[in-house]
Design a protein. Structure first.
Length: 521
Protein backbone atom coordinates (compact mmCIF):
# COMPACT_ATOMS: atom_id res chain seq x y z
CA UNK A 1 0.00 0.00 0.00
CA UNK A 2 1.33 3.43 -0.95
CA UNK A 3 2.17 5.99 1.71
CA UNK A 4 -0.68 8.20 0.52
CA UNK A 5 -3.24 5.41 0.86
CA UNK A 6 -1.91 4.57 4.32
CA UNK A 7 -2.43 8.20 5.36
CA UNK A 8 -5.98 8.13 4.01
CA UNK A 9 -6.63 4.89 5.86
CA UNK A 10 -5.30 6.49 9.04
CA UNK A 11 -7.60 9.47 8.52
CA UNK A 12 -10.61 7.18 8.17
CA UNK A 13 -9.63 5.32 11.33
CA UNK A 14 -9.20 8.59 13.24
CA UNK A 15 -12.62 9.78 12.10
CA UNK A 16 -14.23 6.54 13.20
CA UNK A 17 -12.56 6.86 16.59
CA UNK A 18 -13.69 10.47 16.98
CA UNK A 19 -17.27 9.56 16.09
CA UNK A 20 -17.33 7.04 18.93
CA UNK A 21 -16.78 9.81 21.50
CA UNK A 22 -16.15 8.13 24.84
CA UNK A 23 -16.38 4.66 23.30
CA UNK A 24 -19.00 2.00 22.66
CA UNK A 25 -19.54 1.18 26.35
CA UNK A 26 -20.16 4.85 27.17
CA UNK A 27 -22.57 5.11 24.21
CA UNK A 28 -24.42 2.04 25.48
CA UNK A 29 -24.78 3.64 28.93
CA UNK A 30 -26.14 6.80 27.32
CA UNK A 31 -28.77 4.75 25.51
CA UNK A 32 -29.63 2.89 28.72
CA UNK A 33 -30.43 6.27 30.31
CA UNK A 34 -33.01 6.78 27.54
CA UNK A 35 -30.85 9.40 25.84
CA UNK A 36 -29.35 9.75 22.39
CA UNK A 37 -25.73 10.68 21.78
CA UNK A 38 -24.61 14.11 20.62
CA UNK A 39 -24.12 12.92 17.05
CA UNK A 40 -27.47 11.14 16.95
CA UNK A 41 -29.18 14.34 18.10
CA UNK A 42 -27.47 16.40 15.43
CA UNK A 43 -28.43 13.85 12.78
CA UNK A 44 -32.09 14.14 13.85
CA UNK A 45 -31.95 17.94 13.87
CA UNK A 46 -30.24 18.69 10.55
CA UNK A 47 -31.16 17.92 6.96
CA UNK A 48 -29.70 14.58 5.93
CA UNK A 49 -26.08 14.83 4.80
CA UNK A 50 -25.81 18.57 5.52
CA UNK A 51 -23.62 18.48 8.65
CA UNK A 52 -20.12 19.96 8.35
CA UNK A 53 -18.14 19.27 11.50
CA UNK A 54 -15.35 21.47 12.85
CA UNK A 55 -12.51 20.53 15.22
CA UNK A 56 -13.22 16.82 15.21
CA UNK A 57 -9.66 16.08 16.32
CA UNK A 58 -9.23 18.87 18.85
CA UNK A 59 -8.11 17.64 22.29
CA UNK A 60 -7.75 19.19 25.73
CA UNK A 61 -4.40 20.42 27.03
CA UNK A 62 -4.81 19.63 30.71
CA UNK A 63 -1.97 17.76 32.41
CA UNK A 64 -3.29 17.83 35.96
CA UNK A 65 -4.71 14.81 37.83
CA UNK A 66 -3.56 12.45 35.06
CA UNK A 67 -5.85 14.05 32.48
CA UNK A 68 -3.14 13.76 29.80
CA UNK A 69 -3.87 10.03 29.77
CA UNK A 70 -7.61 10.59 29.17
CA UNK A 71 -7.73 12.08 25.69
CA UNK A 72 -10.71 11.80 23.34
CA UNK A 73 -10.79 13.42 19.88
CA UNK A 74 -13.27 16.29 19.91
CA UNK A 75 -13.10 16.56 23.71
CA UNK A 76 -16.76 16.25 24.62
CA UNK A 77 -18.59 18.44 22.14
CA UNK A 78 -19.63 17.98 18.51
CA UNK A 79 -19.75 21.31 16.68
CA UNK A 80 -20.32 22.53 13.15
CA UNK A 81 -22.91 23.77 10.67
CA UNK A 82 -25.69 22.32 8.58
CA UNK A 83 -29.14 23.11 7.28
CA UNK A 84 -32.69 22.76 8.58
CA UNK A 85 -35.27 22.89 5.78
CA UNK A 86 -32.47 24.22 3.60
CA UNK A 87 -31.59 27.11 5.96
CA UNK A 88 -28.07 27.45 7.34
CA UNK A 89 -27.69 26.89 11.09
CA UNK A 90 -24.74 26.40 13.41
CA UNK A 91 -24.93 23.73 16.09
CA UNK A 92 -23.04 22.27 19.00
CA UNK A 93 -23.99 19.26 21.09
CA UNK A 94 -22.25 18.29 24.30
CA UNK A 95 -21.19 14.64 24.40
CA UNK A 96 -21.97 13.10 27.77
CA UNK A 97 -19.96 9.99 26.86
CA UNK A 98 -16.73 12.03 27.16
CA UNK A 99 -15.94 13.09 30.73
CA UNK A 100 -19.71 13.45 31.35
CA UNK A 101 -19.77 16.29 28.85
CA UNK A 102 -17.86 18.50 31.29
CA UNK A 103 -16.72 21.82 29.88
CA UNK A 104 -13.02 22.26 29.27
CA UNK A 105 -11.13 25.18 27.80
CA UNK A 106 -10.98 23.22 24.53
CA UNK A 107 -14.72 22.58 24.49
CA UNK A 108 -15.33 26.29 25.06
CA UNK A 109 -13.09 27.15 22.11
CA UNK A 110 -15.07 24.83 19.86
CA UNK A 111 -18.40 26.29 20.97
CA UNK A 112 -17.12 29.86 20.63
CA UNK A 113 -15.89 29.12 17.12
CA UNK A 114 -19.35 28.10 15.86
CA UNK A 115 -20.93 31.06 17.65
CA UNK A 116 -18.47 33.45 16.00
CA UNK A 117 -19.16 31.90 12.62
CA UNK A 118 -22.91 32.11 13.18
CA UNK A 119 -22.56 35.84 13.84
CA UNK A 120 -20.48 36.35 10.69
CA UNK A 121 -22.91 34.40 8.53
CA UNK A 122 -26.07 35.75 10.13
CA UNK A 123 -27.40 32.29 10.98
CA UNK A 124 -29.13 30.84 14.07
CA UNK A 125 -27.11 28.88 16.60
CA UNK A 126 -28.58 25.85 18.39
CA UNK A 127 -26.86 24.38 21.43
CA UNK A 128 -27.74 20.97 22.87
CA UNK A 129 -26.69 20.77 26.51
CA UNK A 130 -25.89 17.49 28.26
CA UNK A 131 -23.08 18.16 30.69
CA UNK A 132 -21.88 17.48 34.20
CA UNK A 133 -20.67 21.09 34.48
CA UNK A 134 -17.20 22.59 34.51
CA UNK A 135 -14.24 20.23 34.23
CA UNK A 136 -12.90 20.57 37.74
CA UNK A 137 -9.41 19.37 36.77
CA UNK A 138 -8.94 22.49 34.63
CA UNK A 139 -9.88 24.96 37.37
CA UNK A 140 -9.93 28.59 36.27
CA UNK A 141 -9.50 27.67 32.60
CA UNK A 142 -12.90 25.95 32.63
CA UNK A 143 -14.47 29.00 34.28
CA UNK A 144 -12.87 31.27 31.72
CA UNK A 145 -14.30 29.01 29.02
CA UNK A 146 -17.82 29.52 30.35
CA UNK A 147 -17.30 33.28 30.50
CA UNK A 148 -16.15 33.34 26.86
CA UNK A 149 -19.38 31.58 25.86
CA UNK A 150 -21.53 33.93 27.95
CA UNK A 151 -19.96 37.00 26.36
CA UNK A 152 -20.78 35.67 22.92
CA UNK A 153 -24.35 34.93 24.01
CA UNK A 154 -24.65 38.56 25.07
CA UNK A 155 -23.15 39.97 21.87
CA UNK A 156 -25.31 37.72 19.69
CA UNK A 157 -28.50 38.65 21.54
CA UNK A 158 -30.89 40.39 19.16
CA UNK A 159 -28.58 39.72 16.20
CA UNK A 160 -29.09 36.01 15.54
CA UNK A 161 -31.59 33.62 17.13
CA UNK A 162 -30.07 31.52 19.89
CA UNK A 163 -31.83 28.32 20.94
CA UNK A 164 -30.90 25.96 23.77
CA UNK A 165 -31.96 22.34 24.10
CA UNK A 166 -31.42 20.89 27.58
CA UNK A 167 -31.21 17.14 26.94
CA UNK A 168 -29.50 16.17 30.19
CA UNK A 169 -27.84 17.81 33.20
CA UNK A 170 -27.16 21.55 33.15
CA UNK A 171 -25.98 22.81 36.51
CA UNK A 172 -23.94 25.54 38.13
CA UNK A 173 -22.51 28.24 35.89
CA UNK A 174 -23.55 26.23 32.83
CA UNK A 175 -27.17 27.37 33.26
CA UNK A 176 -26.33 30.96 32.35
CA UNK A 177 -25.73 30.28 28.68
CA UNK A 178 -29.24 28.86 28.11
CA UNK A 179 -30.64 31.68 30.26
CA UNK A 180 -29.02 34.20 27.91
CA UNK A 181 -30.41 32.57 24.77
CA UNK A 182 -33.80 33.35 23.22
CA UNK A 183 -35.55 30.03 23.77
CA UNK A 184 -34.93 27.00 25.96
CA UNK A 185 -36.37 23.50 25.62
CA UNK A 186 -36.09 20.88 28.36
CA UNK A 187 -36.63 17.14 28.30
CA UNK A 188 -39.15 15.77 30.79
CA UNK A 189 -37.57 13.29 33.17
CA UNK A 190 -33.99 13.37 31.88
CA UNK A 191 -32.94 17.03 32.12
CA UNK A 192 -32.55 19.51 34.94
CA UNK A 193 -31.20 23.01 35.53
CA UNK A 194 -30.12 24.59 38.80
CA UNK A 195 -27.33 26.77 40.14
CA UNK A 196 -26.72 24.65 43.24
CA UNK A 197 -27.53 20.95 43.50
CA UNK A 198 -29.56 19.07 46.11
CA UNK A 199 -26.51 18.30 48.30
CA UNK A 200 -25.50 21.97 48.54
CA UNK A 201 -29.10 22.98 49.16
CA UNK A 202 -29.34 20.42 51.98
CA UNK A 203 -26.09 21.65 53.55
CA UNK A 204 -26.87 25.37 53.34
CA UNK A 205 -30.63 25.58 53.87
CA UNK A 206 -31.54 22.19 55.32
CA UNK A 207 -34.04 21.53 52.52
CA UNK A 208 -34.22 17.91 51.43
CA UNK A 209 -35.06 17.88 47.72
CA UNK A 210 -34.21 15.82 44.65
CA UNK A 211 -32.98 16.99 41.26
CA UNK A 212 -36.37 16.77 39.56
CA UNK A 213 -38.18 18.91 42.12
CA UNK A 214 -35.31 21.36 42.38
CA UNK A 215 -34.76 22.01 38.69
CA UNK A 216 -36.61 19.54 36.49
CA UNK A 217 -38.52 20.41 33.34
CA UNK A 218 -41.87 20.61 35.12
CA UNK A 219 -40.51 23.06 37.70
CA UNK A 220 -39.06 25.42 35.11
CA UNK A 221 -42.07 25.11 32.80
CA UNK A 222 -44.66 25.94 35.46
CA UNK A 223 -43.02 27.78 38.38
CA UNK A 224 -39.92 29.69 37.27
CA UNK A 225 -40.58 30.20 33.55
CA UNK A 226 -36.93 29.40 32.82
CA UNK A 227 -37.83 26.99 30.03
CA UNK A 228 -40.12 27.85 27.12
CA UNK A 229 -40.87 24.32 25.96
CA UNK A 230 -40.81 20.77 27.30
CA UNK A 231 -40.87 17.47 25.45
CA UNK A 232 -41.53 13.89 26.51
CA UNK A 233 -39.13 12.34 23.96
CA UNK A 234 -36.00 13.57 22.27
CA UNK A 235 -37.65 13.08 18.88
CA UNK A 236 -40.49 15.37 19.96
CA UNK A 237 -38.02 17.91 21.31
CA UNK A 238 -35.99 18.00 18.09
CA UNK A 239 -39.18 18.48 16.06
CA UNK A 240 -40.22 21.38 18.30
CA UNK A 241 -36.87 23.08 17.66
CA UNK A 242 -37.42 22.72 13.91
CA UNK A 243 -40.96 24.09 14.15
CA UNK A 244 -39.78 27.05 16.21
CA UNK A 245 -37.10 27.85 13.65
CA UNK A 246 -39.69 27.89 10.85
CA UNK A 247 -41.37 30.93 12.43
CA UNK A 248 -38.28 33.08 12.93
CA UNK A 249 -35.74 34.71 10.59
CA UNK A 250 -32.08 33.79 10.40
CA UNK A 251 -30.94 37.16 11.74
CA UNK A 252 -32.12 40.65 12.66
CA UNK A 253 -31.67 41.98 9.12
CA UNK A 254 -34.09 39.49 7.58
CA UNK A 255 -37.75 38.59 7.92
CA UNK A 256 -39.15 35.19 8.83
CA UNK A 257 -39.74 32.74 5.97
CA UNK A 258 -43.11 33.27 4.33
CA UNK A 259 -45.01 30.18 3.30
CA UNK A 260 -47.76 29.66 0.76
CA UNK A 261 -51.18 30.13 2.33
CA UNK A 262 -54.29 28.28 1.16
CA UNK A 263 -56.48 29.72 3.93
CA UNK A 264 -58.48 32.66 2.42
CA UNK A 265 -57.68 35.96 4.09
CA UNK A 266 -61.35 36.98 3.86
CA UNK A 267 -62.57 33.84 5.58
CA UNK A 268 -65.49 34.75 7.85
CA UNK A 269 -65.63 33.13 11.28
CA UNK A 270 -69.25 33.50 12.40
CA UNK A 271 -68.56 31.80 15.74
CA UNK A 272 -66.67 34.90 16.87
CA UNK A 273 -69.84 36.99 16.70
CA UNK A 274 -71.22 34.95 19.60
CA UNK A 275 -68.12 34.00 21.60
CA UNK A 276 -68.32 36.87 24.12
CA UNK A 277 -70.70 35.87 26.96
CA UNK A 278 -73.64 38.11 27.87
CA UNK A 279 -72.43 38.15 31.46
CA UNK A 280 -69.29 40.37 31.60
CA UNK A 281 -67.93 38.26 34.45
CA UNK A 282 -68.20 35.01 32.54
CA UNK A 283 -65.07 33.49 31.00
CA UNK A 284 -64.44 32.19 27.49
CA UNK A 285 -61.45 30.50 25.88
CA UNK A 286 -59.05 32.82 24.04
CA UNK A 287 -57.50 29.81 22.28
CA UNK A 288 -60.75 29.53 20.30
CA UNK A 289 -60.34 33.11 19.09
CA UNK A 290 -56.71 32.55 18.12
CA UNK A 291 -57.53 29.31 16.30
CA UNK A 292 -60.35 31.01 14.43
CA UNK A 293 -58.31 33.88 13.00
CA UNK A 294 -54.82 32.48 12.24
CA UNK A 295 -53.87 30.49 9.13
CA UNK A 296 -55.38 26.99 9.28
CA UNK A 297 -55.83 27.28 13.04
CA UNK A 298 -52.11 26.60 13.60
CA UNK A 299 -50.60 28.20 16.70
CA UNK A 300 -47.17 27.40 18.14
CA UNK A 301 -47.37 28.43 21.77
CA UNK A 302 -44.40 29.60 23.84
CA UNK A 303 -44.35 28.89 27.61
CA UNK A 304 -47.79 27.21 27.52
CA UNK A 305 -47.57 26.00 31.14
CA UNK A 306 -46.32 29.25 32.71
CA UNK A 307 -48.47 32.29 33.60
CA UNK A 308 -51.50 30.88 31.81
CA UNK A 309 -53.40 34.14 32.21
CA UNK A 310 -51.47 35.43 29.19
CA UNK A 311 -50.89 33.53 25.96
CA UNK A 312 -47.88 34.11 23.70
CA UNK A 313 -46.70 32.27 20.64
CA UNK A 314 -46.25 32.23 16.88
CA UNK A 315 -48.82 31.93 14.12
CA UNK A 316 -49.24 33.06 10.53
CA UNK A 317 -51.56 35.41 8.72
CA UNK A 318 -51.61 34.89 4.95
CA UNK A 319 -48.36 32.95 5.27
CA UNK A 320 -46.59 35.70 7.24
CA UNK A 321 -45.14 34.85 10.65
CA UNK A 322 -46.46 36.94 13.56
CA UNK A 323 -46.19 36.94 17.33
CA UNK A 324 -49.49 36.60 19.19
CA UNK A 325 -49.96 38.13 22.65
CA UNK A 326 -53.39 37.50 24.18
CA UNK A 327 -55.03 37.69 27.59
CA UNK A 328 -56.76 34.49 28.70
CA UNK A 329 -60.15 35.24 30.38
CA UNK A 330 -60.50 31.61 31.47
CA UNK A 331 -57.45 31.90 33.76
CA UNK A 332 -57.68 34.45 36.59
CA UNK A 333 -60.03 36.45 34.34
CA UNK A 334 -57.01 37.37 32.19
CA UNK A 335 -55.48 39.71 34.77
CA UNK A 336 -51.86 40.76 34.45
CA UNK A 337 -49.49 39.82 37.24
CA UNK A 338 -45.73 39.55 37.79
CA UNK A 339 -45.26 36.37 35.75
CA UNK A 340 -47.66 37.29 32.95
CA UNK A 341 -45.99 40.68 32.56
CA UNK A 342 -42.47 39.34 32.24
CA UNK A 343 -43.61 36.50 29.99
CA UNK A 344 -45.30 38.97 27.65
CA UNK A 345 -42.46 41.49 27.78
CA UNK A 346 -39.79 38.94 26.91
CA UNK A 347 -41.80 37.66 23.95
CA UNK A 348 -42.60 41.14 22.61
CA UNK A 349 -38.92 42.10 22.77
CA UNK A 350 -37.91 38.96 20.87
CA UNK A 351 -40.43 39.68 18.12
CA UNK A 352 -39.27 43.28 17.86
CA UNK A 353 -35.61 42.26 17.68
CA UNK A 354 -36.29 39.90 14.79
CA UNK A 355 -38.78 41.84 12.68
CA UNK A 356 -41.82 39.76 13.59
CA UNK A 357 -45.10 41.74 13.68
CA UNK A 358 -47.07 41.65 16.93
CA UNK A 359 -50.81 40.97 17.06
CA UNK A 360 -52.41 41.56 20.48
CA UNK A 361 -55.84 40.22 21.46
CA UNK A 362 -56.97 42.11 24.54
CA UNK A 363 -59.41 41.20 27.29
CA UNK A 364 -57.80 42.39 30.51
CA UNK A 365 -59.59 43.64 33.65
CA UNK A 366 -56.45 45.00 35.33
CA UNK A 367 -53.43 44.00 37.38
CA UNK A 368 -53.76 41.38 40.11
CA UNK A 369 -53.99 43.14 43.51
CA UNK A 370 -52.41 42.04 46.77
CA UNK A 371 -49.27 42.12 48.86
CA UNK A 372 -47.88 39.05 47.08
CA UNK A 373 -47.80 41.00 43.84
CA UNK A 374 -46.62 44.31 45.27
CA UNK A 375 -43.83 42.69 47.30
CA UNK A 376 -42.66 40.84 44.18
CA UNK A 377 -42.40 44.10 42.23
CA UNK A 378 -45.46 43.95 40.00
CA UNK A 379 -44.82 47.63 39.35
CA UNK A 380 -41.45 46.89 37.75
CA UNK A 381 -42.66 43.80 35.90
CA UNK A 382 -45.73 45.60 34.58
CA UNK A 383 -43.41 48.39 33.46
CA UNK A 384 -41.35 45.81 31.56
CA UNK A 385 -44.38 44.93 29.44
CA UNK A 386 -45.14 48.61 28.99
CA UNK A 387 -41.53 49.28 27.97
CA UNK A 388 -41.46 46.35 25.54
CA UNK A 389 -44.56 47.46 23.68
CA UNK A 390 -43.53 51.12 23.65
CA UNK A 391 -40.05 50.31 22.36
CA UNK A 392 -41.16 47.89 19.64
CA UNK A 393 -40.94 49.33 16.13
CA UNK A 394 -42.29 46.32 14.22
CA UNK A 395 -45.85 46.42 12.84
CA UNK A 396 -48.26 46.25 15.78
CA UNK A 397 -51.98 45.50 15.62
CA UNK A 398 -54.18 45.40 18.71
CA UNK A 399 -57.75 44.06 18.82
CA UNK A 400 -59.74 44.71 21.99
CA UNK A 401 -62.36 42.00 22.44
CA UNK A 402 -63.94 42.91 25.76
CA UNK A 403 -62.40 44.46 28.88
CA UNK A 404 -59.50 46.87 28.74
CA UNK A 405 -59.26 48.72 32.02
CA UNK A 406 -56.85 51.17 33.61
CA UNK A 407 -53.11 50.63 33.48
CA UNK A 408 -53.57 47.21 31.91
CA UNK A 409 -55.27 48.90 28.95
CA UNK A 410 -52.20 51.05 28.42
CA UNK A 411 -49.60 48.27 28.60
CA UNK A 412 -51.43 45.90 26.23
CA UNK A 413 -50.48 47.66 23.00
CA UNK A 414 -52.53 50.84 23.35
CA UNK A 415 -52.48 53.56 20.68
CA UNK A 416 -50.25 55.75 22.86
CA UNK A 417 -47.52 53.11 22.73
CA UNK A 418 -47.32 53.69 18.97
CA UNK A 419 -49.42 50.70 17.99
CA UNK A 420 -50.17 51.11 14.29
CA UNK A 421 -53.72 49.76 14.14
CA UNK A 422 -56.09 49.50 17.08
CA UNK A 423 -59.36 47.71 16.42
CA UNK A 424 -62.17 46.88 18.82
CA UNK A 425 -65.13 44.56 18.80
CA UNK A 426 -68.54 46.10 19.64
CA UNK A 427 -68.31 44.26 22.98
CA UNK A 428 -65.16 46.20 23.99
CA UNK A 429 -65.18 48.07 27.30
CA UNK A 430 -62.36 50.61 27.45
CA UNK A 431 -62.28 52.59 30.69
CA UNK A 432 -60.28 53.44 33.79
CA UNK A 433 -62.06 50.68 35.71
CA UNK A 434 -65.17 48.52 35.71
CA UNK A 435 -68.62 49.98 36.33
CA UNK A 436 -69.03 48.74 39.92
CA UNK A 437 -65.69 50.14 41.06
CA UNK A 438 -66.19 53.40 39.20
CA UNK A 439 -69.67 53.98 40.59
CA UNK A 440 -68.46 53.29 44.13
CA UNK A 441 -65.74 55.94 43.76
CA UNK A 442 -67.64 58.55 41.75
CA UNK A 443 -70.80 58.50 43.82
CA UNK A 444 -69.45 57.72 47.28
CA UNK A 445 -70.76 60.94 48.84
CA UNK A 446 -74.23 60.62 47.29
CA UNK A 447 -74.42 56.98 48.37
CA UNK A 448 -73.47 57.90 51.93
CA UNK A 449 -76.11 60.65 52.03
CA UNK A 450 -78.80 58.30 50.74
CA UNK A 451 -77.85 55.67 53.28
CA UNK A 452 -78.16 58.23 56.09
CA UNK A 453 -81.53 59.32 54.68
CA UNK A 454 -82.70 55.70 54.68
CA UNK A 455 -82.98 55.48 50.90
CA UNK A 456 -82.19 52.44 48.73
CA UNK A 457 -78.43 52.70 48.13
CA UNK A 458 -78.19 49.52 46.07
CA UNK A 459 -80.73 50.77 43.55
CA UNK A 460 -78.91 54.10 43.32
CA UNK A 461 -75.52 52.47 42.72
CA UNK A 462 -77.05 50.06 40.17
CA UNK A 463 -78.51 53.03 38.30
CA UNK A 464 -75.12 54.76 38.25
CA UNK A 465 -73.42 51.56 37.10
CA UNK A 466 -75.84 51.43 34.18
CA UNK A 467 -75.00 55.05 33.34
CA UNK A 468 -71.28 54.29 33.49
CA UNK A 469 -71.75 51.23 31.28
CA UNK A 470 -73.71 53.32 28.80
CA UNK A 471 -70.76 55.67 28.56
CA UNK A 472 -67.82 53.25 28.69
CA UNK A 473 -68.97 49.65 28.17
CA UNK A 474 -68.52 50.16 24.46
CA UNK A 475 -65.62 51.13 22.20
CA UNK A 476 -67.13 54.31 20.76
CA UNK A 477 -65.85 56.70 23.40
CA UNK A 478 -62.28 55.64 22.59
CA UNK A 479 -63.05 55.67 18.87
CA UNK A 480 -64.38 59.22 19.19
CA UNK A 481 -60.92 60.37 20.24
CA UNK A 482 -59.10 58.29 17.63
CA UNK A 483 -57.63 55.86 20.15
CA UNK A 484 -59.49 53.08 18.33
CA UNK A 485 -59.06 53.17 14.55
CA UNK A 486 -62.18 51.17 13.82
CA UNK A 487 -64.88 49.10 15.46
CA UNK A 488 -65.04 45.82 13.57
CA UNK A 489 -67.41 42.91 13.32
CA UNK A 490 -65.80 39.98 15.18
CA UNK A 491 -66.19 37.55 12.28
CA UNK A 492 -64.13 39.91 10.09
CA UNK A 493 -61.16 39.94 12.48
CA UNK A 494 -58.96 37.67 10.38
CA UNK A 495 -59.47 39.76 7.26
CA UNK A 496 -58.78 43.06 9.04
CA UNK A 497 -55.57 41.70 10.57
CA UNK A 498 -54.36 40.24 7.25
CA UNK A 499 -55.06 43.48 5.43
CA UNK A 500 -53.50 45.51 8.21
CA UNK A 501 -50.29 43.48 8.08
CA UNK A 502 -50.13 43.93 4.30
CA UNK A 503 -50.57 47.66 4.74
CA UNK A 504 -47.81 47.80 7.37
CA UNK A 505 -45.31 45.70 5.40
CA UNK A 506 -43.20 48.74 4.49
CA UNK A 507 -43.35 50.34 7.93
CA UNK A 508 -40.26 52.29 8.96
CA UNK A 509 -39.87 53.55 12.48
CA UNK A 510 -36.86 54.54 14.57
CA UNK A 511 -36.06 55.16 18.21
CA UNK A 512 -34.09 58.15 19.53
CA UNK A 513 -30.32 57.75 19.22
CA UNK A 514 -28.88 56.12 22.35
CA UNK A 515 -26.53 53.36 23.43
CA UNK A 516 -29.45 51.38 24.87
CA UNK A 517 -32.43 51.97 27.10
CA UNK A 518 -32.57 51.04 30.77
CA UNK A 519 -35.48 48.61 30.97
CA UNK A 520 -37.02 48.31 34.45
CA UNK A 521 -35.92 45.11 36.16
Amino acid sequence: MSTQLEKIKKLIENREKARLGGGEKAIQKQHERGKYTARERIDMLLDEGSFEEYDMFKEHRCHNFGMEKKQFPGDGVVAGSGTIDGRLVFVFAQDFTVHAGSLSETMSQKICKVMDMAMKMGAPVIGINDSGGARIQEGINALAGYAEIFERNILASGVIPQISGIFGPCAGGAVYSPALTDFTLMMEGTSYMFLTGPKVVKTVTGEDIDQEHLGGASVHATKSGVTHFTAKTEEEGIQMLKTLLSYIPSNNMEIAPRIKCDDPINRMEDSLNEIIPENPNEAYDMYKVIGAVVDNGEFFEVQPKFAKNIIVGFARFNGQSVGIVANQPSCYAGVLDVNASRKGARFVRFCDAFNIPIVSLVDVPGFLPGTGQEYNAVILHGAQLLYAYGEATVPKITVTLRKSYGGSHIVMGSKQLHTDLNYAWPSAEIAVMGASGAAAVLYAKEAKAKKEAGEDVKAFIAEKEDEYNELFANPYQAAKYGYIDDVIEPRNTRFRICRGLAQLATKRDALPAKKHGNIPM
